[in-house]
Design a protein around this ligand. Structure first.
Ligand SMILES: Nc1ncnc2c1ncn2[C@@H]1O[C@H](COP(=O)(O)OP(=O)(O)OP(=O)(O)O)[C@@H](O)[C@H]1O
Ligand SMILES: [Mg+2]
Length: 432
């Protein structure tokens, strides 16, 4: 992954979430209620300043100009996108103009806001779908290095840490005021937990040699719940999932799956017992076709034949793109499609508990929302889910229960939303 593009994508993701807040306000206005003006004001302030001061210069001054220098063919697209930058500002100014009206015309406000949101989203989509691939193709390593250096330059008035701090404060004020759903579309419908534990970890430890990667971790996942484990790089998230699925030995504590002691179930038997693990980095079998990958997911099942066929069709209904591509080698799929395939393959084992390791990693903002939609759907189908994520804001908005893991220890836990509003957690993990 190219660092400079990762930075731009992260900014897109952030804007996408802010646009969701604005969309919610427009929706409220459409219902005939006055949206919280303070919140709209903050959102507009963010969009007006952040995009102009931080985001566009990255593209206009660096990415776009480097690309034109390398590829004459990219010129039309780049000029189009540059033109759109100007039009975005005009559209945003119309939203502002409505808002400063003392007697807010709800319909008019909603209309200009929706117009701006749609335009801005389409613009980001075009950049990610059309411009990024061209840039990947044409820019050289030294081009990327130059861009990265510019983005990382703390002395630059635009890109330095001070600017980041300023926007982090603004974002955090928005997050505090905006109730759900921030960043994820429709509010989550929660399946009530029957309080019946599917997975219980009590004081579990794991070591790499003498280094402790997990220290006395206790968590509980009840039937039907979606439980999220968040934490920064190297916190031990992957280790925890690998310990549950048996790929990593535990060095202490107890693990129970549906009341059975997991130490009595060999790693190789755990899939058949009902635990499916979707590992980090979506490891599909690249040379095999999409359909063969799905079939492999069913290897532990005793009911071969019609049942398996039915389930493959069901997975194609959930992920239509996999049906279209069922005959092509999995390695040719895009990152997002491979993630869907990895999840589909795990579903083929008919698990009662699914372990997901960073399904959003490396995906564009759009795909992240799509993958999270799918995960919600899995939960609605009755699968109990333990998901590990660095993308804490998004996953905690979705989760019934969340845990924070720091250096191998659980430091916070609670309902997803409560955890997301927790000041410590916000500072440390939500980048706000
Ligand atoms: N095979 C290994 N041998 C030795 N140390 C390891 C090994 N795998 C992981 N570690 C260490 O264990 C700690 C936890 O790693 P782990 O991969 O579980 O973290 P993580 O939370 O999943 O991180 P990331 O967000 O990067 O995926 C880290 O300090 C890591 O360096
Ligand atoms: Mg990991």
């Amino acid at each position: 992954m190219i660092k400079a593009l990762e930075i731009i994508q992260a900014e897109h993701r952030s804007m996408w979430q802010i646009l969701n807040v604005l969309e919610e306000c427009a929706h409220v206005a459409r219902q005939g209620d006055t949206p919280e003006r303070g919140l709209v004001d903050l959102v507009l302030e963010y969009l007006e300043t952040y995009i102009d001061e931080v985001h566009h210069p990255k593209e206009d001054k660096y990415l776009f100009s480097a690309l034109i220098a390398r590829s004459e063919n990219a010129r039309d697209l780049v000029e189009d996108l540059q033109g759109q930058h100007g039009q975005e500002a005009e559209r945003l100014a119309r939203v502002r103009a409505e808002l400063v009206n003392k007697d807010l015309d709800l319909e008019a406000f909603a209309a200009v806001a929706e117009d701006y949101i749609g335009f801005q989203r389409e613009h980001m989509r075009q950049e990610e779908d059309n411009l990024f691939p061209l840039a990947r193709e044409h820019l050289t390593e030294s081009d990327w290095q130059g861009i990265e250096d510019a983005f990382a330059n703390n002395k630059d008035p635009v890109f330095g840490e001070h600017t980041h701090e300023k926007y982090a404060v603004l974002r955090s004020r928005i997050t505090v005021q905006a109730r759900p759903p921030l960043g994820l579309g429709a509010p989550v419908t929660r399946i009530k937990s029957g309080g019946e534990p599917v997975l219980e970890l009590r004081g579990v430890s794991a070591h790499y040699g003498r280094i402790a990667a997990l220290r006395s971790v206790s968590i509980q996942v009840d039937k039907g719940q979606l439980v999220a484990l968040v934490g920064s790089n190297g916190a031990g998230k992957t280790t925890l999932l690998r310990t549950i699925s048996g790929l990593q030995a535990s060095s202490g504590g107890r693990m129970l799956f549906e009341g059975r002691d997991l130490s009595q179930i060999k790693a190789s038997q755990r899939v058949a017992a009902g635990i499916a693990h979707v590992p980090e980095g979506r490891q599909v079998f690249a040379p095999l076709s999409v359909e063969d990958n799905l079939l492999l997911g069913a290897y532990s099942r005793t009911d071969k034949g019609a049942g398996v066929r039915r389930d493959i069709d069901r997975i194609y209904d959930i992920f239509p793109v996999l049906r279209d591509k069922r005959k092509v080698p999995a390695g040719t799929l895009s990152g997002g499609q491979q993630q869907m395939l990895a999840i589909g393959r795990a579903m083929m084992a008919k698990p009662r508990l699914m372990l997901l390791d960073e399904p959003s990693m490396g995906l564009s903002p759009l795909l992240v929302s799509e993958v999270f939609e799918v995960i919600k759907r899995l939960q609605q189908e009755g699968i109990t889910i333990l998901i590990v994520e660095q993308n804490a804001a998004a996953v905690l908005a979705l989760a019934d229960i969340g845990y924070v893991l720091e250096s191998g220890e659980i430091t916070h836990s609670g309902e997803g939303w409560a955890l997301r509003d927790n000041e410590d957690v916000k500072r440390a993990y939500l980048g706000i």
